[in-house]
Design a protein around this ligand. Structure first.
Ligand code: NIG
Ligand code: FE
Length: 413
């Protein structure tokens, strides 16, 4: 397939660029008035219209993208899209002023989702997650990570991971799976934390490894959830099974979670709504990616992460959706990018880089996706006609995505 007359081909980073650190995020290379050739699911070549080789101009499968931008697909590196039911009953409580912690403490929150998940079949979970995933793809997402964490028993965590495996087989985009059994303590282990940790370490992890069901380990390292010491225990055990950490850190408090992640060579530490100087310094000196989730801050009214501080201190910053039924009931990456600009004060270039190449890096996929480079996967989207790059985040709450292309073919969903 040949795409011609592209007003702006966005994200033409050198292929060897696998992540962008600090001020590197400022540069989003763009080719104006370009063509792009896709073959066998990959990006074959691209260039300026004025220099298009004559032998490709008569290819039969052509799209003219006049006035339009072509972006590499969004790479959403943090989601919880497998869940049994939405939780809009908590919505009214939030509006009335209850905090995320208060709702969780009153039996809502993660435990509420876990109760619902016990009684639902793998097929039903697959069906509802598929609907969410199709919506995300239509909004431009072309690679994602999905976590377990609403099972909280050996059986139900495995059930969630098997659903993620089925989604991976059914959908034409890369999907990474993360074991998040340490999302909350189940009620029966409320006063026996070590009991639940033992269950994860001695029973669940070996099964997950045996069936090869997860790429990463995650822990909700937070006051009232998993302590630093408990987190370290799980990360240490998971590492012996080859699962690298991607952890929930500093969402509600700054308690050392980021540093624990870094000590365990986490691929990413995610949330970081509570970022202090120590966090900035630790991340500036490490390859662990700081993944920010501004839709979560927006929805549960907590502070927005200090993206500018992180970028100025030379950290690697990514943006992701955090799509889940409790803190972020949306997987719209266009809105995430808008919030990146409006609330995190990132420039459009920084936000796009964070949601594409650095998002791919946070899933260890940036050698195959996240930018426009020869040999990379042809997962991209063509926008509606747009006046400039900034129009995409400026037009918040709307999607400028007009045509989605996955593996070199138009996606009809
Ligand atoms: O990333 N913080 C922990 N996990 C999710 C929320 C989970 C839920 O409330 O269901 C998050 O915000
Ligand atoms: Fe999350």
């Amino acid at each position: 397939m040949l795409i011609t007359n592209i007003k702006a081909l966005v994200g033409v980073h050198p292929k060897e660029k696998l992540f962008l650190r600090g001020s590197e995020l400022n540069g989003l290379p763009i080719l104006e008035n370009a063509w792009l050739l896709l073959e066998n699911g990959l990006i074959k070549d691209f260039g300026l219209m004025s220099e298009m080789p004559s032998h490709i101009s008569n290819l039969t499968s052509q799209i003219s993208a006049e006035g339009r931008f072509v972006f590499p697909s969004w790479c959403d590196s943090h989601t919880h899209i497998v869940f049994a039911a939405p939780r809009e009953e908590e919505f009214a409580l939030k509006i009335a002023g209850k905090t995320y912690e208060e709702i969780a403490a009153a039996g809502g929150g993660i435990l509420n989702s876990a109760n619902k998940l016990q009684h639902i079949t793998e097929d039903e979970l697959f069906e509802s997650a598929s609907i969410r995933l199709k919506d995300m793809i239509k909004q431009g997402t072309g690679a994602l990570e999905i976590k377990s964490g609403y099972g909280l028993t050996v059986e139900s965590e495995l059930k969630m991971l098997r659903v993620i495996k089925s989604l991976r087989a059914a959908f034409p985009i890369p999907i990474k799976a993360t074991l998040l059994a340490a999302h909350a303590y189940p009620t029966e282990f409320k006063n026996n934390h070590q009991g639940y940790l033992n269950l994860i370490i001695n029973e669940l992890l070996p099964k997950v490894a045996e069936e090869n069901l997860a790429d990463y380990i995650d822990v909700f390292c937070e006051k009232g959830f998993f302590s630093n010491e408990e987190t370290a225990q799980i990360l240490t055990a998971a590492t012996t099974y080859g699962l690298k950490p991607k952890i929930h850190a500093n969402q509600l408090s700054s308690s050392g979670a980021v540093q624990i992640g870094i000590q365990h060579q986490a691929v990413s530490v995610d949330h970081l709504e509570e970022t202090d100087e120590k966090v900035l310094k630790a991340l500036s000196e490490s390859n662990t990616i700081a993944t920010l989730l501004p839709s979560c801050s927006f929805y549960i009214n907590i502070p927005f992460a200090n993206a500018k501080g992180l970028i100025n201190s030379n950290a690697i910053v990514a943006l992701a959706s955090d799509y889940n039924p409790g803190s972020t009931p949306s997987g719209n990456m266009n809105f995430v990018v808008s919030l990146g600009c409006i609330k995190l004060k990132m420039t459009p270039e920084q936000a796009v880089n964070a949601a594409t190449l650095n998002g791919a890096a946070a899933m260890e996929l940036s050698n195959q996706i996240g930018s426009i480079a020869i040999g990379k996967k042809a997962n991209l989207f063509i926008t509606r006609p747009m006046s400039s790059l900034a129009y995409l985040p400026y037009s918040f709450g709307q999607s400028q995505v007009e045509t989605v292309i996955l593996n070199g073919e138009v996606y009809h969903g």
